[in-house]
Design a protein around this ligand. Structure first.
Ligand SMILES: *Cc1c(COP(=O)(O)O)cnc(C)c1O
Length: 233
């Protein structure tokens, strides 16, 4: 299967999920998770019609920017963000999806102020409460959204989550539902410096379930590019 065929197949599955959920297709955007794929392959995915590219590592993102890999497509950062790498990211991407601490909010706001820009962000939520996973605790999310007024050079657009690994069909439905409820509740509060319209959840194995439960963006890697070859160091 080519990248183009894969994207077509995903679009069909997205349309079916939207139809089942009674949602318009335009409500859900397709982000291609491009990690470990070459600039050529990223360009192929863009030509096939993905809406957004998402990269995980700052260094890989910088390299691919040099190669014009993302040309013609919005670019998001979706990986874990280390504080000392933040300066390479602010102003380089349309959206940082993985903000998970007050410390990072402070740093990003300062960097965006220095550049005279407003950086759009999502908060990453640890919806399964897993100890080994990054992300804000669901209980703490509302307080984060409420204090966005302290960061005028950032704009909160919504939330991103990676639920626990599940081995059963529909295993993550309850996490997606819980995330959607938080999204709706916080959006309704209309806090200052919030412009919430993005709920990023669902990957290759479970994006149809995520759409059923209200995702507005799915992040797909394997189903677009095939399985990733991890190089051992
Ligand atoms: C790699 C990655 C994805 C895509 O995962 P697949 O299972 O390959 O579709 C989605 N989100 C994040 C944050 C990722 O790192």
């Amino acid at each position: 299967m080519t990248i183009q065929e894969n994207v077509l197949r995903i679009r069909e599955e997205m349309a079916r999920a939207c139809a089942r959920a009674g949602r318009p297709e335009q409500e859900v955007r397709l982000l291609a998770a491009t990690k470990l794929n070459s600039a050529d392959r990223v360009q192929e995915a863009i030509r096939a019609g993905v809406d957004i590219c998402g990269e995980n590592r700052v260094q890989e993102l910088q390299q691919k920017l040099k190669e014009n890999a993302y040309e013609g497509c919005p670019l998001h950062f979706i990986g874990h963000l280390q504080r000392n790498k933040a300066k390479h990211l602010v102003g380089q991407v349309d959206l940082i999806q993985s903000v998970d601490s007050v410390e990072l909010l402070e740093i990003l706001n300062r960097l965006a102020a220095e550049k005279g820009i407003r950086q759009e962000i999502l908060m990453e939520v640890n919806i399964g409460g897993e100890t080994a996973k990054s992300g804000v605790a669901p209980e703490a999310l509302d307080a984060f959204a409420a204090r966005m007024e302290d960061y005028p050079h950032l704009l909160l657009r919504g939330f991103m989550t990676i639920p626990p690994i599940s081995n059963e069909n529909g295993g993550n439905l309850r996490y997606f539902a819980k995330m959607y409820q938080l999204y709706v509740d916080i959006k309704a509060k209309k806090y200052d410096n919030n412009s919430i319209d993005c709920l990023s959840m669902g990957m290759s194995d479970d994006f149809a379930d995520a759409i059923m439960e209200g995702a507005t963006m799915i992040r797909v890697g394997t189903f677009i590019f095939g399985s990733r070859q991890y190089v051992k160091n």
